[in-house]
Design a protein around this ligand. Sequence first.
Ligand code: SAM
Ligand code: ZN
Length: 218
Amino acid sequence: MKKTLLELLVCPECYSEFQLGADGLKGEEIRSGILRCGKGHKFTIIDGVPRIVTSLGESEQVKESYSSKWTMFEDVAFSKRDMQFQFNWYISRYGFGDFEGLQKLIKSRSLILDAGCGVGRAVGWFSDFTDAHDILGIDISDAIDIAYRRYGMRPNVHLIQADILRPPFRPEMFDYISCDQVIHHIKNPEEAFNRLVTLLANGGAASCICVQEEGPYT
Ligand SMILES: C[S@@+](CC[C@H](N)C(=O)[O-])C[C@H]1O[C@@H](n2cnc3c(N)ncnc32)[C@H](O)[C@@H]1O
Ligand SMILES: [Zn+2]
């Protein structure tokens, strides 16, 4: 975790700011420590990743299954073929048209959230397009550790283990939110979607797909 991330986070329980107690530093990177809010809620930073998850309830099972799925299929997920397929799928599904279309949008944004980032492939694409802006990826599963290992050292990338239903952010903070192939895994996709909308700044843009049994809609 980079120190600069601290000012972008709030406690998901009470929305107050965090104080950082860092005990493991590696250069500028905080490898271990504690985030403590004014009301006494505490979250750990382990292996460079802030773990800002509270009780997950029914999402616990999703966390478990994606933690093992991504660990098992990391090589496939980063194979040239799958990366290309996912990228093409993304720009076509959300109407960007081509590489330049997505790049143009990303370059025009200042704070980007990839909600349910998995192993961080989209975080990687977004940060390839610009080194100027902060790009945050959150995921409840241990896939976040893979994302951190692959992209966490990029200066504009921040990775956090967090729940879309209890995001550790202030309202109206992001001017682009990507939530690709995620909310149908959440018991109440509408609640998840509404949560994300509260995080979107006035004039912001979002790309989100929720897959239904009969077919996808955006
Ligand atoms: C199908 S994967 C998509 C990952 C990524 N967006 C991609 O397209 O490669 C769904 C991801 O959503 C994450 N997820 C599910 N429920 C979540 C929640 N409540 N908060 C954050 N992430 C969640 C899972 O852990 C999983 O990594
Ligand atoms: Zn708190």
